[in-house]
Write a protein that binds this ligand. Structure first.
Ligand code: NDP
Length: 405
């Protein structure tokens, strides 16, 4: 039986998820796209189909507003692609109404730049008792990177020991400074201390302190910076044989210079300041003046390249496996009028939702991606625009790991 889908959030990712799901006629009978600003949902809906897409306004910070929307529309499943702040109020609404839940980023309180799974994992028993599924972090990273790891372990390794997740955006949007997903969330993430897992403990670094040049397939060498990223937390829990797990992301020198200046003048702070009698958060003000991620698509050149390098043992011998996807900004725009960062997040969310809607990935409780069978997800990725490749025993080159002091 075809399902009813509610999507919350009409930003860069919401645009891609809605367009992709609206092409899944075999899965959905109707979609409702709701967001804080209805006009943005209307624009996306007017470009989506053939599944009918209607729109509504909702403030998802308020559980009662989401509950009331759910009671009117009666969805089977909800995709949350608003902001991480809304995760818990939306999960509460799903519990109250018995609707399955999916998101792409873990909960983060507004007043503290800190993200971790504990808040959402605490919902496991309540979701299990209610007989509904919550699938967490179903974007690219987290999301596809968790599935790549699960797939590498399932098919190529008896035991995984080392994991390096590498995320490169080798694209050019022609702006002096812009972030590829929500600027507030993005800047909060990368200005935090770095963290990686080694020998059973987290090791902390200064923000962007450790960097190295990584040779990305069909792109070449790019300086990549060690960050803490949320999938590390669930992966080290679910693959306890990991001796080390790290996450690396590329930034251009121009991006880092802009970020440093903005930090130095206090524009990335989340501490409210008094401006002519009004309390404003500098980072929220900065978000308001930066380009919206959804506006970067047109004319964006180049590719993203994200993958998981794993090292472990198979049949008593050491083995490396690298699974990755390269995604072209131009192709993403042609398909959904989005840049590749929104595209690589929205496509996995639409695939995860499809697997839930069709009952392939459903089990009551709160789960991370690597806790489901990776095969059906890997099978659908190329079909919806994200082909992946796998290299066995060809290690990705990491050169000159530098630690700034
Ligand atoms: P955008 O800022 O482009 O979009 C966010 C949308 O959510 C906006 O339309 C916004 O409304 C809406 N929104 C914000 N607050 C509320 C609220 N209280 N109630 C209802 N709607 C609200 O962000 P992105 O699309 O780039 O990112 C969406 C999510 O995807 C984020 O959580 C981000 O962290 C995550 N992400 C995950 C990635 C992954 O690989 N896992 C990668 C990239 C992003 P308005 O238009 O009014 O501001």
């Amino acid at each position: 039986m075809k399902k009813r889908l509610l999507i919350i959030g009409a930003g860069g990712v919401g645009n891609v998820v809605t367009k992709k799901c609206a092409r899944m006629e075999e899965t959905y009978e109707e979609i409702l796209l709701a967001s804080r600003t209805k006009k943005k949902s209307d624009e996306i809906a007017s470009e989506s189909g053939p599944v009918p897409v209607s729109t509504a306004r909702v403030d998802a910070d308020k559980t009662e507003e989401t509950v009331s929307l759910i009671r009117q529309f009666k969805p089977d499943l909800l995709i949350n692609v608003a902001l991480p702040y809304q995760d818990l109020p939306i999960m509460e609404a799903c519990l109250e109404t018995g609707v399955h839940y999916l998101d792409t980023a873990n909960y983060e309180p507004k007043d503290k730049a800190k993200f971790e799974y504990s808040w959402q994992w605490d919902y496991h028993d309540r979701f299990a008792e209610a007989g509904i599924t919550a699938l967490l972090g179903c974007g690219f990273d987290p999301g596809v990177t968790n599935v790549f790891t699960a797939y590498g372990v399932k098919h190529y390794l008896d035991e995984i020991h080392y994991l390096d997740i590498v995320d490169c955006n080798a694209g050019d949007h022609g702006k002096a400074f812009a972030t590829n997903f929500n600027p507030e969330i993005n800047i909060r993430e990368i200005t935090q201390p770095g963290r990686y897992w080694e020998n059973g403990a987290w090791k902390e670094t200064d923000p962007l302190e450790i960097h190295t040049s990584v040779e990305y397939p069909r792109i070449g060498p790019r300086e990549s910076y060690l960050l803490f990223h949320e999938e590390l937390e669930s992966l080290v829990k679910h693959f306890p044989s990991l001796k080390r797990a790290r996450f690396w992301m590329t930034f251009s020198q121009q991006y880092i210079t802009h970020l440093k200046v903005l930090q130095n003048v206090g524009m990335t702070s989340i501490e409210p300041i008094d401006f002519e009698g009004t309390l404003i958060q500098p980072l929220q003000f900065l978000k308001a003046v930066l380009p919206e991620p959804s506006s970067l698509g047109e004319g964006y050149q180049g590719e993203t390249s994200i993958g998981c390098q794993m090292r472990g043992v198979k049949d008593g011998k050491e083995r490396t496996v690298y699974i990755f996807n390269n995604c072209s900004h131009t192709e993403a725009y042609r398909d959904t009028k989005a840049q590749a960062v929104s595209f690589t997040t929205g496509v996995p969310a639409s695939i995860g939702a499809k697997l839930m809607a069709e009952g392939t990935w459903l089990k009551p409780g709160v789960w991370n991606m690597e806790q489901f069978d990776p095969d059906p997800f890997m099978e659908l990725l190329p079909k919806y625009g994200l082909p992946w490749e796998i290299l066995v025993d060809i290690e990705l080159a990491f050169t000159d790991i530098t630690r700034d002091s």
